[in-house]
Design a protein around this ligand. Structure first.
Ligand code: MRU
Length: 345
């Protein structure tokens, strides 16, 4: 039943076109790096880990094109969307292999397998958090569509539900592109996980009336001090969770952690076309003369985060700072093993 965002075989990268969901299930078949870059830019594929994997395969496709260098392909793919750290990690993994004379396709496959494995581990690491806190709010889509398989924020919910926990998921619609209403609800409905779509404006209401037990979201880039970027609207949900005494979790693979970024002020925030706000499906929602601003992400300070759900277990923001400052979270996984309980160390 679980969905897969993309898959590669014999010179073709296939993507489920996420702009069309849930209305139509259209698969794009891409054979050139420029097509992959366009699919990322126009959000046919989206979500930080998924665009990292798509870009890794884009690099592999580029390596078959006459006249392409690893650097020119990396520049093209890296110019598509600025915020998600994963994009640059996926590109770099394959660029390095290609430049070293290794097989770029093998490197892309290995990167994809690593991301899928890490998302699965996030599911195992975070599932216990929802044993008793069963009414969970999420923002945007941080499911299989955003990560290839499993998801980040949705992975612990999938695992908990699979273990028999009677979960209920509040799905923020996520204006302006409606990733929650269109994509998260679609994933949950396919798997029979009880949920309700709410307007973004309603999240605070349901927290205040005591109908939300916890919040979990994904991330696009996590700075060394634990500040993180995620879909626009995440910041206000974190503040509302704090105000209402609710735990607020952020789930992400290692590729989202940016050890070179000191804090949230250094995270580049993508600004997209204003018409994504003033139009819906090509129909105007606002007077044509009215300009709009459309930041695609916002930055949430680390103080609002109860724990990061990583493939290594659940860690506090202060632990992220300590580990990223030394040899990075990956070393933490290797060195100390994953805490299995839902409590942050
Ligand atoms: O603009 P999008 O749809 O690519 O934004 C996606 C998000 O903000 C997700 O929450 C984030 O990438 C984490 S996905 C596992």
């Amino acid at each position: 039943m679980a969905v897969r965002a993309l898959w590669y075989s014999r010179g073709t990268l296939r993507l489920l076109d996420q702009r069309r969901l849930p209305g139509a299930r259209r698969v794009l078949a891409l054979t050139r790096v420029a097509e992959v870059a366009e699919a990322i830019r126009t959000m046919a594929v989206r979500g930080a880990p998924a665009i990292g994997v798509a870009a890794a395969y884009g690099m592999a496709l580029a390596s078959r094109e006459r006249g392409r260098t690893p650097e020119s392909a990396a520049r093209l793919l890296g110019s598509t969307r600025p915020t998600a750290n994963d994009l640059f990690v996926g590109i770099e993994e394959v660029r390095r292999a290609w430049a070293d004379g290794a097989d770029p396709l093998r490197a892309a496959d290995a990167y994809k397998d690593r991301i899928v494995g890490e998302c699965r581990a996030i599911g195992e690491a975070g599932a216990d958090l929802f044993d008793r806190r069963r009414r969970v709010l999420t923002h945007c889509n941080a499911g299989a569509l955003a990560t290839v398989e499993w998801g980040t924020a949705l992975a612990p919910l999938r695992v908990a539900f699979g273990r028999g926990v009677p979960l209920f998921v509040w799905v923020d619609e996520t204006r302006p592109l409606l990733q929650g209403a269109r994509l998260t609800a679609w994933e949950l409905a396919r798997e029979g996980i009880p949920h309700a779509v709410i307007s973004d404006n309603a999240a605070g209401h349901f927290m205040h009336t005591g109908e939300v037990d916890a919040v979990i979201v994904g991330a696009d880039r996590i700075a060394r001090n634990g500040d993180f970027a995620n879909k626009i609207g995440t910041y206000e949900k974190a503040v509302l969770a704090h105000e209402n005494g609710l735990p607020f979790y952020v789930a992400a693979p290692f590729s989202t952690f940016d050890g070179s970024c000191a804090d949230g002020a250094h995270i580049p925030v993508e600004e997209r076309a204003g018409r994504e706000v003033t139009e819906l499906g090509g129909r105007p929602l606002a007077p044509r003369a009215s300009p709009a601003r459309n930041p695609a992400f916002d930055v949430t300070p680390a103080r609002y985060v109860t724990g990061f759900v990583t493939p290594a277990g659940v860690v506090r923001p202060s632990t992220v700072a300590r580990l990223a400052g030394r040899s990075g979270l990956r070393a933490y996984r290797v060195g100390t093993g994953a805490p299995r309980s839902g409590r942050a160390p």
